[in-house]
Design a protein around this ligand. Structure first.
Ligand code: TNX
Length: 575
């Protein structure tokens, strides 16, 4: 970029709305609102005027579908008519040009992303440059994936700068060079505690794509329901997929539905990681196949939402045959490299049976040509080179008193359950070290920061949301503001973690015990999902709450346009 105004660059970096003083040519606010924060961004003095009939041209046939998608998204967001066309750059005057350039040296010299790629792709493919000047917009990348990420940044800018839909949108002149910090940036979606249709899951994929996330971890099975068709064991869904669940939606994905979801995600450069949660969280399996042995023993009832006592028995050949058949079918319909085998919260199961079960399941997954992810408890088993564990129990929230972090209130939990939980937490405290000793790669999902089922603490700016706010989120967790949940740094999270060696990536999770429909889900996802995405993509020095919340303020325009429900946190000055 020829002339860069320092004040304007600073404003851009700080996410401040720029007024016409930065522009000699055009008036109107020019808002810099890209989330996650780009690695490098400079804002110039001019503006690009996006008008009706602007063309998105592409250099390569492989970009056609991306150009068409973004022509549609940008049209919808701005109210302008934007079209895609196969044109050379020189024919593309006053337009948007998408260009694959494997020889781009600026892109080639960017720092490599840390962590693990869920599809064994090259994380460098996500890098892009976005240049906006008075005459043209150019997005360049080494692969189609980077073009998609860059076009996503452009879409956000259009949304943030569309004051009135249908009129010219002035975009700030910009030079952006961007690349992800972590290769694995995901969301775990619980479709068991509340079932969502394939179309609803596709909308969640749209949300992930909007924030440059690249993994959809589908929590397909749990006590409340088995949600994926397994042809060799039809009762898993016929019975296990239709268990009455307090009047909430039940059902399951056929294998065709699942493939449709996987393909929709792939078109947006998102990999689906399916989770079959074993050997605990298996009440739905026992409902379908009561003849299977239950290896969990407990002298008392576990009356906790989402939890149950019951575990498949590694010494029951029928159970292990079922595991083997399930893994085989899931592996065959999953193009990504990872299968998540669960392994969390096996209440009442002996350590010996737990270890042998997880080891056996891991072996089955590998025999099917896939790699393994397990929740952090799986660190207690015989992890092997290349295994991934997902760290989730974060002590900041580990008060046993329900709904209160201050510990002033006495717990309402029966004493034996409190004892059981306490023992579990003591073991959980050692999981990270165990995983590190065994050289596991670690997905960071610390509950206090990325569990999106924590109830919101601050008031909503919209008083009609008070009922939703009271009802949604697990009451056992302390309430957290969106600022508190944004306040962490994956690099500094644990002294023993070496970013380069140990971290696989960052993943948020949404658990649906309190969720009753898709609108409830959206309410818990937005706005916090954007913050999780930023921690996964952006370098820590580019993530600062005050500046982030200014960028976030115009994202309501995107969500409203998509008709997504969101929590109107009073901490943000929503546009
Ligand atoms: C813990 S996170 C669980 C889930 C619950 C969730 C509620 C994990 C591996 N297990 O079964 O739904 O807490 O936040």
């Amino acid at each position: 970029m020829k002339s860069i105004s320092f004040i304007c660059s600073l404003a851009a970096v700080c996410g401040i709305t720029l007024f016409s003083s930065c522009s000699e040519t055009e008036t109107g606010p020019r808002h810099f609102n890209i989330i996650p924060a780009p690695a490098q961004s400079n804002i110039g003095e001019n503006a690009f005027a996006l008008k009706n009939n602007c063309v998105i041209a592409y250099s390569d046939e492989s970009l056609k579908s991306i150009a068409e998608k973004f022509a549609e998204y940008i049209s919808k967001q701005s109210g302008l008519k934007i079209t895609a066309a196969d044109k050379a750059q020189k024919e593309c005057k006053n337009g948007i040009f998408l260009n694959i350039n494997p020889a781009n040296s600026e892109l080639a010299s960017m720092p490599a992303a840390f962590g693990v790629s869920a599809d064994d792709g090259n994380p460098a493919d996500e890098r892009y440059t976005l240049n906006i000047d008075k005459n043209n917009i150019t997005i360049e990348a080494m692969a189609a994936e980077g073009i998609f990420r860059g076009a996503t940044s452009l879409l956000q800018l259009v949304a943030g700068n569309s004051l009135e839909t249908g009129s010219t949108v002035y975009l700030p002149a910009l030079d952006i060079a961007d690349n992800p910090r972590f290769a694995w940036r995901g969301l775990s979606l619980d479709v068991s505690r509340c079932f969502f249709t394939a179309d609803e899951v596709k909308e969640v994929i749209d949300m992930l794509a909007l924030y440059k996330m690249n993994v959809l971890h589908l929590h397909l099975t749990d006590n409340e329901g088995w949600r994926i068709e397994i042809k060799s064991h039809q009762k898993l869904t016929e019975i296990g997929g239709n268990i009455e669940n307090n009047g909430k939606p039940v059902g399951f994905f056929t294998q065709d539905d699942y493939r449709e979801i996987v393909n929709y995600a792939a078109e947006r450069f998102i990999t689906v990681v399916p989770e079959i949660d074993l050997p605990g969280h298996t009440k739905a399996i026992f409902a379908a196949y009561p003849e299977l042995k239950n290896a969990a023993k407990m002298k008392f009832k576990l009356n906790m939402s989402g939890q149950a006592i019951g575990a498949l028995d590694v010494d029951d050949p029928k159970a292990m045959q079922l595991v083997s058949d399930v893994v085989k079918e899931i592996s065959a319909m999953t193009p990504g490299n990872y299968i998540h085998i669960g392994g969390d919260e096996t209440w009442g199961l002996s350590d010996d049976k737990y270890v042998r079960f997880v080891d056996a399941t891991r072996k089955i997954v590998k025999e099917n040509g896939k790699k393994v992810v397990g929740w952090q408890e799986s660190a207690r088993t015989n992890l092997e080179e290349g295994d991934v564990m997902q760290y989730w129990v974060h002590y900041k929230n580990m008060s046993l008193s329900s709904g209160d972090s201050t510990k002033k209130k006495k717990s309402t939990m029966p004493e034996e359950i409190q004892k059981m939980m306490k023992e579990a937490f003591m073991k959980n405290a050692k999981d990270m070290d165990l995983g590190l000793e065994k050289n596991a790669r670690i997905i960071l999902s610390p509950s206090s920061y990325v569990y999106l089922d924590f109830p919101y603490k601050e008031a909503s700016a919209d008083s009609t949301q008070s009922e939703e706010q009271k009802r949604l989120g697990l009451q056992g967790y302390p309430k957290q503001t969106i600022a508190e949940m944004y306040d962490w740094n994956p690099d500094k999270f644990n002294d023993k973690l070496n970013t380069e060696k140990n971290i696989a990536g960052v993943e948020g999770a949404i658990w649906c015990e309190t969720v009753t429909n898709f609108s409830d889900l959206q309410f818990l996802l937005m706005p916090r999902l954007a913050g999780v995405a930023e921690k996964g993509w952006s370098a820590a020095e580019n993530t600062n709450w005050e500046e982030y919340k200014s960028r976030l303020s115009s994202h309501s325009l995107l969500w409203e346009n998509m008709e997504w429900n969101y929590f109107k946190s009073s901490l943000v000055d929503w546009k």
